[in-house]
Each structure stands twice: as structure tokens, then as C-alpha cells.
Design a protein around this ligand. Sequence first.
Ligand code: UD1
Length: 419
Amino acid sequence: MDKLTIRGGAPLRGEISISGAKNAALPILAATLLTDKPMLIGNIPHLHDITTTMELLGQMGSELMLDERMVIEVNNRDLGRLYAPHDLVKTMRASILVLGPLLSRYGQAHVSLPGGCSIGSRPVDLHLKGLSDMGAEITVNDGYIHARARRLHGAYINFEQVTVTGTENLMMAATLADGRTVLENAAREPEVADLAECLNRMGADITGAGTGRIEIEGVDQLNGTRYDILPDRIETGTYLVAAAMTGGSIRLKNTNPALLEAVIEKLSEAGAGIACNGATISLEMEHGSRPRAVDIDTSPFPGFPTDMQAQFTALNCIAEGRAVITENIFNNRFMHVMELRKMGADLAQSGNRVMVSGVDTLSSSTITARDRRASACLILAGLVARGQTLVEQVYHIDRGYETIEEKLMQLGASIKRLP
Ligand code: UD1
């Protein structure tokens, strides 16, 4: 299994380009199941989760072609198997996103219960409840969800909790349903709005995406289109934190500052100078200064994203002062805490809170990545640690970050992948 070795100490400097957002690419690939016309999707990030999704679609009968510019052409003329098997779904929870489109277009779907990152219990009850409110008959046996409906009908669905993939699944299902669906307390994440934009280009009738109330008027069929995925705000934020921690100065191209307001605000509070110009964000730590500690409280968009929590925990480990990190979205999303302690960080966990007292330096160690964002945070810690850090099980990071070591090397980091 791949490992990364990092020699810490070098401030990050230079310019890199941000990739397309994984969390938009996955639902948009699932949305191609809603049409029998060809779809072209651009700005696809080169990640394991994308390969898994292509495999998932391929084994159902999709024809997929990926060109060298990372544009995927998907053709779903003849789907043979309306089935998402356990061996694929267990590696990627987002596979649940095929459920809504398959059911809506074909009247049935059989999807394994999802696995994915081990960050607390992550049920899909709200996806299933919403589909059954739209008329689906759902049974779960032997670890599989079996869903059937002659044609879904519109419904009023008020989510008791904000769920990103839940909103996406029901929004996709509603595009071909009979009548109007209202999703109340819907996720407002930019990736939900990106999916809605793509669906509307395919001929769907969706309004309100990006707000807490989405309305979908069902149509009889959807067409193909060409769509480019929006930039990855979590990848963007991760490199900004890396530069702030190392006292560096970087420029990130092909991103979108409007997607990162909560993160940029926290970085400014930590002492980073940030300038946004169109699709470019620059960050500079004056005279390589040490960041100040910043409290973090995660919440659904537009609040501070849970997917940036681990990276800011790492920043606080070497910041001046003390901070409290509160995780409100997932339980058990502190798997990085134990590993950061091995590097000399001062962290105390109590329930969904971690108290961090900044230390002057971290020391190198052998540490294990346990989920995607946690592995990013350990790499950030390695970039500032004294000596050589070995990060094990980096396959988690390959699921969420495109060519991370190449991009970090481009910024002057000393990092190497070992088989
Ligand atoms: C998505 C993102 C993930 C991000 C998360 C929160 C994708 C592919 N993944 O994950 O990167 O960390 O949003 O921003 O977009 N819940 C239920 N029942 C359900 C569904 C969710 O109780 O049926 C709970 C979850 O356990 C969790 C909370 O709702 O506590 C939010 O989860 P959700 O927004 O669904 O996360 P994902 O969509 O899986």
C-alpha cells in the first residue's frame, strides 16, 4: 500500500491549478443515468472515486470514454443491469447516488447499502424515506436496497436533517417524476447547485437550488448536454491552509473564491493575507509568520465545512494560542487527533470538541491516514514537522485529491510516494 514521505520545513511558494470538484462530479456522473442521449462532462478530477463511479456505470451497461483532457463522454442508451454491487459500493458511499436516477428512469433499482469513509454512522434513511414519499416501494434485505415504482410522483419533503447526497438523490429522482416536488431544508452546498444547473441544461425544471427550498417540476424526458464541473473548494482550502502553516506564499488558479467565504474568513483571522482576483486566490503569510489559533465550528453550507475541519485542526496544532474545534456534522470525525499527538501536538478531545494548544514545532513520526480529510491534515502536519514524516495508507487521499504530491512538489515541498 502506498506511503508518502515528507521532509518538513520548506515554506510553500508558487502557483498551481485547482481541479474539478469530486463532490459535484460524482452526482453529475450519476445524473447521466437520467437520459439515453450522450453526455459530455468536463473538468473531471483524476481520482479513484471517479474511476470507481465509471466502473459502477460501466457494469450497468453505460458506454464511457475519457479523453486526455479529462472530459468524459457517457452514453446510457442500453442499461442492462439496474444494480450497484456491494464490492463497488462498499468502497464509495456516494454510489448511493445512482438510486434516485435509476428508479426515476427505469422504475427499479437494486443498490448495496453504502460503505465509504469510516466517519461515524452514516445512514441513508432520509434518501429512502424521501423516495418512498414519492411513491417508491422499498425493501432492504441481505444488505441491498430494492426500490420499485411504476412512475415516481411529486411530493413535499421536509428533511429533518440537512443531507447533501440525500438532497441530490431526491432532486435527481424528482426531475422525471409526475408533478411537482418541494425539498425543504435542502442542502445549500455549491455542489448541489452545480448538479441542478447541469440537470436544467439537460431539460429539467429546477428552481431554488443553492437555497434551503428547491422546487422541481417533473418532465417526461431529459436530453444530453455538455457540462463543466465547478472547482473543488475543499482542495482549494487545503492548499491555502498548507501555505498558511508553512509561512508560504501561493497562488491558486481555476478556483472560485465565492465558494470559500467561511474558510477565507478563518484564514484571515489566523493572520493570512488573502487576495482574490477572478478565478485566482493568493495567500501570503507576512514574513513567514506563525498563524494565530482560530476556533472552528462546522455546519452545513454556507457555514464552515466539515471537510476542512481536520486541516484547521492541523493548523491550530502549530498556531500561536489555543482553539476549540467543534464538529457538528459527523460523530467520530477526529481520527486524525491520535496521529497528530504522535507528532507532539497538544490536543484534548471531549465528545464532539477538541481543545488544541499550539506548540512551536511538531516532530516527525510514522502516522496512518484513516479517512480522506484526515490524511490531508497529516500531510499538512508533515510539511511543518522537523525531520522526515512517513504517512501510511495514503490511498484515502487518492480518493479526494488529484496528484497531491505533484502539486505540493510544484510548490516546493519535499514529498515522495513510496510503493
Ligand atoms: C457529503 C459529502 C462529504 C461531506 C458531507 C457533509 C459528497 C459525495 N460527500 O456527504 O464530503 O463531508 O456531505 O458536508 O458530496 N444523515 C442521516 N440520514 C441520511 C443522510 C444523512 O442521518 O439519510 C446524516 C449523516 O449521518 C450526517 C449528516 O446527516 O451526520 C450529513 O450527512 P450528508 O450531508 O448526507 O453527507 P454525505 O452526503 O454523505
